[in-house]
Design a protein around this ligand. Structure first.
Ligand code: SF4
Length: 240
């Protein structure tokens, strides 16, 4: 495993693993418990949006989830505003933090009011996408070989500008998304000036929607997958 890049909501690394395992970990993002607003009681809504639309928008606001949440974890948020202009998610106040305060909810004009109570519950993305913690994508790390007689027009066709006759750096190789533009043009010329060879390593990108850090999502997914596999294995061993 090798770390390539890490940001607040993104983690990119290479790993010598199979696509099947990476895909299983990706799918298990759907089994991680995440907090999201599940019930909204609207006391007053003078805004141009229907109550249902406001409730739906609030449901999709990412909430900072604690590491050790359980199926019983709940949180409450209240919103009470009487002000002209756009009403943002940051107006929701309670015992849980909003990840992106500047998500617009609705708009109010002079003397209009919005008052509501939102209850957040723990859930999984397999139940509703509002509980999704993020995404995982992966692709093969490739090895790129460029013939020393490769014409300039082929070198220049790469949209990532990574094709060179001299040794291509690891940093550049990682940028190749296997678009195959270089291969297509070589085929037209009946020459294999460029060879793109998939390796047995994957480039894995984890992007968080903000409820957890990307590394936490990855670890939680692996732990949940391990737990389920171990239970499955125990059940299988009971079969005679
Ligand atoms: S496959 Fe696409 S991105 Fe990769 S080297 Fe060729 S042209 Fe560039």
């Amino acid at each position: 495993m090798k770390l390539i890049n890490t940001k607040t909501n993104q983690l990119i690394f290479t790993a010598e693993t199979s696509e099947s395992l990476a895909n299983a970990i990706r799918k298990y993002f759907n089994q991680i418990l995440v907090l999201a607003v599940d019930e909204v009681e609207i006391a007053k809504n003078d805004s141009p949006l229907y109550d249902e639309t406001i409730a739906h928008r609030i449901g999709l606001i990412p909430l900072k989830s604690k590491k050790n949440i359980t199926e019983k974890t709940q949180a409450e948020l209240k919103l009470k505003v009487k002000q002209e202009g756009i009403i943002y998610a940051e107006e929701l106040k309670g015992n849980i933090e909003i990840v992106y305060g500047k998500i617009p909810l609705t708009v109010l004009t002079k003397d209009q009011e919005l008052e509501l109570t939102a209850t957040a519950k723990a859930g999984k993305a397999s139940q509703h996408s509002k509980f999704s913690p993020g995404i995982l994508i992966y692709r093969n790390l490739v090895d790129i070989k460029v013939d020393k007689n490769c014409p300039k027009e082929i070198l220049e066709i790469c949209p990532k500008n990574i094709l060179k006759q001299e040794k291509i750096s690891e940093e550049d190789i990682i940028k190749c998304d296997m678009c195959e533009l270089c291969i297509e043009i070589c085929k037209k010329q009946n020459k294999d000036y460029v060879k793109i060879i998939p390796t047995n390593e994957l480039i894995i990108t984890v992007e968080s929607f903000g409820q957890f850090k990307p590394e936490e999502i990855f670890k939680k997914s692996v732990e949940t997958l391990k737990k389920d596999l171990s239970e499955f294995s125990k059940e299988i061993s009971k079969i005679k």
